[in-house]
Design a protein around this ligand. Structure first.
Ligand code: SAM
Length: 111
């Protein structure tokens, strides 16, 4: 297991002996400030980094799940997923509080 900051952990450190991953999952979220726009922007940055890692490290056909605080960039993010994954879904799990702005984007069938 690796414990580290996604912005400083290298692809090689994440991969270890593996050539690629079948799935990349990100539940990363920033420490919230209560300022919605700031929290959304920091969440978007974490999500973008997780998706960039998925695009570099997934095997063909692989899957990605990432948490995002829904904000103004949501539609752009969804389009990025649909450009690389055959099947994209937006999920709000029962375990996520109704008033929370968090959602999960799921992409299957990476190419
Ligand atoms: C909602 S919690 C996820 C908890 C996790 N699912 C668990 O069961 O431990 C959000 C997590 O995002 C992590 N996180 C925030 N910024 C990060 C970063 N730059 N690199 C790696 N993890 C980060 C936090 O450390 C925190 O553990």
């Amino acid at each position: 297991m690796i414990v580290g900051d996604i912005f400083t952990t290298t692809d090689d450190e994440l991969l270890g002996p593996h050539k690629a991953f079948d799935a990349v999952l990100s539940d990363m979220a920033p420490d919230t400030t209560g300022i919605r726009s700031a929290d959304q922007a920091r969440s978007a940055r974490l999500f973008a980094e997780a998706l960039a890692r998925a695009i570099r490290l997934l095997a063909p056909g692989g899957a990605f799940v990432g948490k995002l605080f829904q904000g103004p960039d949501f539609e752009d993010v969804r389009k990025q997923l649909t450009s690389r994954f055959a099947d994209v879904k937006i999920i709000k799990p029962d375990s996520s509080r109704a008033q929370s702005i968090e959602i999960f984007l799921v992409g299957k069938g990476f190419s």
